[in-house]
Design a binder for this molecule. Structure first.
Ligand code: FES
Ligand SMILES: [Fe+2]
Length: 347
């Protein structure tokens, strides 16, 4: 029988399209020097830790000696110390000390299973493979006109259903009645275009929505959403806002935009963690607490419904559910998942 490596045994998802992709798995502020953060991505257990150099490291939560969990260990002298026999690993993942034989140089194979990491937009991104594309663009991040507020984490079951929901304006009047839509007067969704692009994935034309409480200023606006489904588990919208009431006009202007960059960490096929960053260029800006309060309400309303959708694994064969013209972006999204030959968490 062929020898299966420990790392293969514990690998979880094996879809190339997800392995060779960057996944946001934490906020940068979650990783403090001296602490080990355990997490699970695509069914595989990891640790994150920040070395003295400031760099974040993502390793399998596994000591190569006898398989103990490194997350149960500690950080000492810029090394990860295994809780079982005290082997120490430096920030390259090499074992530098075997306490049972302190004078011996540890064998080369005594090495943590390491993964590539990047910090970008205030998130920590990890990949198991070799992504063909870099982390997708979030143009407002580098634009000083925009205030950036990280919100979440929000737990959802299906990560794909969470992404699809994020890009679905026809649920607003029902799930977010009085906030993002009006229950008794739902907006008809006019036809919109969806285009597949090389680096920005699926890109839509603007979709118009009436919002009685469309942003943290708590005033009625007409909102125009332009969506980009940047990657299978990263999505974005830029919302143009037109203030409705003449008496509210002093609260903003035509240049007002509300953008959200949404990331999904698929813990496993039925558990996901959504983290977002909101970017606004309002004048005056809402406080960070106001932005967060509203997002917390909206995403709680979303998960309360999205987590009831069955099956939890999203059907990508379009014959399985009904698709209306107003769901065009969702249809294209499912088709895309299918074309990418994703099997993990889909039906
Ligand atoms: S299992 Fe980690 S040191 Fe033995
Ligand atoms: Fe929603």
């Amino acid at each position: 029988m062929a020898l299966k490596s420990v790392s293969e045994e514990l690998s979880g998802c094996t879809d190339a399209a997800l392995i060779n992709e960057w996944h946001a798995v934490a906020y940068s502020t979650d990783i403090e020097k001296g602490n080990i953060l355990p997490l699970t991505l695509l069914g595989r257990d990891l640790i994150l830790w920040r070395s003295d150099s400031g760099e974040v490291h993502a390793w399998d939560d596994l000591c190569i000696h006898r398989g103990a969990r490194l997350s149960k260990g500690c950080i000492a002298n810029d090394t990860v110390v295994c809780p079982y026999h005290g082997w120490r690993y430096d920030d390259t993942g090499s074992c530098v000390l075997i306490p049972a034989a302190p004078d011996e140089k540890p064998m080369k194979k005594a090495h943590a299973i390491t993964h590539s990491v990047q910090e970008k937009y205030g998130f920590v991104w990890v990949t198991y493979g070799k992504p063909a594309k870099d982390i997708p663009p979030f143009p407002e991040w580098d634009d000083p006109e925009y205030q950036k507020v990280h919100c979440g984490p929000y737990t959802f079951r299906s990560g794909y259903r969470a992404v699809e929901n994020f890009m679905d304006p026809s649920h607003f009047p029902f799930v977010h009645a009085g906030v993002n839509g009006i229950y008794d007067c739902p907006d008809p969704i006019p036809p919109y275009d969806v285009e597949m692009t090389e680096n920005e994935g699926l890109v839509t034309s603007e979709v118009r929505v009436t919002q009685p409480y469309g942003d943290p200023r708590e005033i009625p606006v007409t909102a125009y959403y332009a969506y980009k489904c940047l990657r299978p588990l990263v999505s974005y919208f830029k919302k143009r806002l037109v203030i409705q009431r003449p008496e509210d006009q002093h609260l903003g202007n035509e240049a007002d935009r509300f953008c959200t960059f949404l990331t999904v960490q698929m813990v496993d096929e039925k558990t996901s963690i959504v983290r977002i960053c909101c970017a606004t260029n309002f004048d005056p800006q809402p406080t960070e607490a106001e932005v967060r309060r509203r997002q917390d309400i909206v995403y709680a309303q979303d998960s309360a419904i999205v987590d009831t959708q069955r099956p939890e694994r999203i059907p990508v064969d379009l014959r399985q559910e009904l698709h209306h013209r107003s769901d065009l972006l969702g249809q294209k999204y499912r088709k895309w998942l299918q074309q990418l030959e994703i099997t993990y968490g889909v039906l």
